[in-house]
Design a protein around this ligand. Structure first.
Ligand code: XIL
Length: 316
């Protein structure tokens, strides 16, 4: 059996994919790969606040429940993604945010976190409690959370999530912290401060959205630094994009970046999962987000495995 999940099993590492629940059960090739190759799944969108609570007080858990059921049928663990973020917020919230007091916003956030975490209680392995709270220069991101609540919402979010499901592993998740630099240092300092305050944080997720034009990050070194704080780490959203059409040089670079990402996780003992952000290039978020770029995943538009897939098999 040369599926990614089987090859990874002896080391204890879980291999995951972000799943588009619209395709699950409707697209056969997609659904087969999702069930066979992976031992953990993440909802690409359906656990985000705009899907979960589209109008205030009305909850839409069905799409995420469908993914959790699929995971249970296939012996997969679930990464919950994500409770607090500046994107994909429901419009009722963004519309009224300016007129809310800090106390009102805090109460809304607490209710959101605890309602969602309780709904999935016992079914989530790792929660991305706070996603992308920092800017690349290492300052707190200027969003509705920091504007109204300063940085206090981060510790609160972890405490509220822990109260609602004490057994779930609680993660801080971000991008560009794969590289050493201001952002990674800021997240490191925050995590140390949270630990000193007794805040229940269990891990740090490295999104790992890579691009051949920016080169290979020092992921092993940065992950190890966080692991040395006594935390779990995870690669949570791996993909390696490049400009289209892909040249031989870019393909070679992609292969090497995939292998180094997975090696980094294998070499850091506390790295407990390696999740890729989608299955096929045809439904990847990359082409609609980064002009002229794509080919970021392991299967092509026709669900044929790409060289990158073989690279991961060989690395495991
Ligand atoms: C992306 C999804 O892949 C898209 O389908 C959606 O339109 C926007 O969000 N960082 C994250 C993910 O933490 O939630 C994002 O997912 C990609 C960047």
């Amino acid at each position: 059996d040369d599926t990614l999940r089987s090859l990874a099993a002896p080391s204890g590492l879980r291999i995951g994919a972000a799943i588009n629940t619209d395709k699950l059960g409707t697209d056969d090739a997609y659904t087969t790969i999702a069930g066979e190759q992976f031992s953990t799944v993440s909802p690409e969108n359906v656990m985000k606040w705009d899907t979960i609570e589209p109008t205030q007080g009305t909850y839409n858990f069905a799409p995420a429940d469908k993914l959790v059921a699929f995971a249970q049928q296939h012996g997969q663990l679930v990464r919950g993604h994500t409770l607090v973020w500046h994107n994909q917020l429901p419009s009722w919230l963004t519309a009224e945010a300016d007129s809310l007091t800090a106390d009102q916003l805090r109460a809304i956030l607490k209710k959101h976190i605890q309602t969602e975490v309780k709904h999935f209680k016992g079914k989530i392995w790792q929660w991305d409690v706070v996603n992308e709270a920092f800017a690349d220069d290492g300052t707190l991101r200027d969003d509705i959370w920091s504007q109204k609540l300063g940085d206090s919402y981060i510790a609160d979010a972890f405490r509220w999530a822990h109260e609602a499901d004490p057994k779930a592993k609680l993660f801080y998740n971000d991008y560009n912290i794969e590289y050493t630099g201001a952002k990674s240092e800021a997240v490191y300092a925050m995590v140390k401060k949270l630990q000193a305050q007794g805040v229940p944080i269990d891990g740090v997720g490295f999104q790992d959205h890579l691009d051949t034009q920016y080169g290979t990050p020092n992921l092993q070194e940065t992950m190890q630094k966080f692991a040395d704080l006594g935390l779990d780490t995870a690669v949570t959203e791996a993909d390696v994009r490049t400009t289209l059409p892909v040249t031989t040089v870019e393909q070679t670079a992609q292969n090497s970046m995939w292998s180094q990402s997975l090696s980094a996780c294998l070499l850091v003992k506390r790295c407990i999962s390696f999740t890729v952000w989608g299955i096929d290039d045809g439904s990847s978020w990359v082409p609609s987000t980064f002009e002229g770029e794509g080919a970021a995943l392991l299967w092509d538009d026709d669900f044929q495995p790409k060289a990158q897939f073989g690279v991961l098999q060989q690395t495991l």
